[in-house]
Design a protein around this ligand. Structure first.
Ligand code: GLU
Length: 291
């Protein structure tokens, strides 16, 4: 029997807080009760915001909490060449296209339409979907702009990708108490429009790297916050067009701050390092998050 494999995958662009502690410890608990594996993956593709100092701080916090994970740890910034190979394939298969519009241009395009009474669709985070114009550019025009060093990002042609998948997609969502009880959730990647799959100078994005790594590392169960629930639809589509085995998912409740809002990495009071400095013990942290 293959072992169940879990992973905790933080981005070292700030300090860990109680929400991360919940996610990490829940992954550990589920790995323990199922006799499975726990991996730690450092998601540091954003090389401007992620730093070795934040990474060292995260590892110290996780050790202090009592987390234990398999070595070696996969650090995404060390695998750009692998992501690049997959991106090349998506470019060849015309499932991604270079998108040249700046944020300002997107805003102007939408404002113009909305002045004329046309509502523009927004993604589940409230961000306007990418306008379709760049998809119509000829290959010659794309090449010309790229050769001229115009800034761009590679975006998924979600319509083409869904047509390639050729069927409705769903993922298995399990509940944390019993790993066996799952329900099927419809994947709706179209709600996100043409998401960014890679940058001009970084051959991946969060979505692309996460599906490649989950498959490569044999992750069978993804346990992460509810805030990523509907983004799973995008990841499910990428898995399908890349022929990757999808894991099962559990999107857990979020730990909220005293103001009832989602915690952020800049919210110092609930940072694990701040709590430790103030004399809290790992047991107190577990009590605070109900684990
Ligand atoms: N790296 C992501 C974050 O820190 C988590 C990704 C995931 O669990 O899929 O929010």
């Amino acid at each position: 029997m293959t072992l169940l494999t879990f992973r905790f995958a933080p981005s070292p662009n700030g300090e860990l807080h109680l929400g991360h502690a919940y996610s990490a410890l829940l992954n550990q608990k589920l790995a323990n009760i199922s006799g499975g594996r726990l991996l730690l993956r450092i998601e540091d593709i954003d090389t401007t915001r992620c730093t070795p100092e934040f990474e060292a701080g995260m590892i110290a916090d996780l050790k202090w909490l009592g987390l234990d994970w398999e070595k070696p740890v996969r650090r995404q910034s060390e695998h750009f060449a692998e992501y690049g190979t997959v991106l090349e394939r998506l470019i060849r298969e015309e499932l991604v296209y270079p998108a040249f519009m700046s944020r300002g241009e997107i805003r102007a395009f939408i404002a113009d339409g909305e002045k004329r009474g046309r509502d523009w669709p927004r993604d589940p985070d409230g961000v306007p979907l990418y306008p379709p114009a760049d998809k119509a550019l000829s290959m010659k025009e794309r090449k010309r702009r790229i050769a001229e060093n115009a800034p761009f990002a590679w975006r998924l042609d979600v319509g083409a990708a869904m047509a390639r998948a050729g069927r409705d997609l769903a993922w298995a969502e399990f509940s944390d108490g019993t790993l066996s009880t799952t329900r099927s959730v419809e994947a709706r990647p179209q709600d996100w429009g043409d998401v960014i799959v890679a940058r001009r100078d970084i051959p991946t994005s969060y979505h692309l790297a996460v599906v490649i790594d989950d498959a490569l590392q044999g992750v069978s169960h993804v346990v992460r916050g509810q805030d990523l629930f509907s983004a799973t639809g995008v990841q499910r589509l990428l898995q399908e067009i890349l022929g990757l085995q999808p894991p099962a998912y559990f999107h857990h409740r979020l730990i909220l701050g005293p103001d009832g809002r989602k915690l952020s990495k800049s919210f110092r009071d609930t940072g694990l390092a701040a709590l430790r400095d103030a004399g809290a013990s790992p047991e107190e942290v577990r009590r605070m998050i109900g684990l």
